[in-house]
Design a protein. Structure first.
Length: 117
């Protein structure tokens, strides 16, 4: 496994733990919908959260959250719509969150953004 993939997996694990601490149930991680991927899908009550996770070893050049551009937002929304069509949830609230994890300190810095897009 590449260092980049390992960093991403660890970041997603930290975000999943954060959401579980907030009372969410993790439904899926790295959910593939065709060629698209959703990092973390979680539910709490009637709320479904799709969270895009950005993890980096350092934030020296750029905060990882700044790498989420309009094209990425469109892909996440498209993937979420496809995932929901394959996994009917009934009438539910949907929220798109984002998280930034940086591993240049201990403990790693986790910034979580509800309703990011």
């Amino acid at each position: 496994m590449s260092l980049r993939r390992a960093t991403g997996d660890l970041g997603e694990s930290l975000v999943a733990s954060h959401l579980e601490g907030q009372g969410f149930q993790i439904v899926a991680r790295n959910a593939r919908v065709g060629r698209l991927e959703l990092d973390v899908i979680a539910t709490r009550g009637d709320l479904v959260v799709f969270c895009e996770v950005r993890a980096r070893r350092s934030s020296a050049f750029l905060n990882p959250i700044e790498t989420i551009d309009h094209a990425k937002v469109a892909r996440v929304r498209r993937a979420a719509a496809q995932w929901l069509s394959l996994h009917p949830q009934g009438t539910r609230q949907i929220r798109f969150d984002a998280a930034s994890v940086v591993f240049d300190r201990e403990p790693p810095a986790l910034d979580y953004y509800e309703a990011a897009f």
